[in-house]
Design a protein. Sequence first.
Length: 117
Amino acid sequence: MIFNIDIIIEALKIIAAVSVFYVWVVRYDNIKKEFKDYKLPSAFRDFIGIIKISFTVMLQFDDNNLVVIGSLGIIVLMLGAVATHIKVKNPIKDVVPALTMLTIGLIIFLHAYAQSI
């Protein structure tokens, strides 16, 4: 089997975009309930959704600078999501998706950053 990191990175970019689209568009009612349960304002929820979708769209471009910005944005958002889950004492099963997306963002960032130096 031939190991090609570029194919893996492209797959991770697609997984990130599809996941964010699914959670923030298809399952938006769940997001509304979650933010309400966490006592976070709806304007904040909508802002987070807009920038999260924007960051995952940035991952799809060939411009390495956009990929670096998009992946850094995902990393920051996922650090916030993990911190929020911990703050409200969610079970670990509820933290795993944010940790997974954080890991995907880190992998994409490290690859994009290495390509730019």
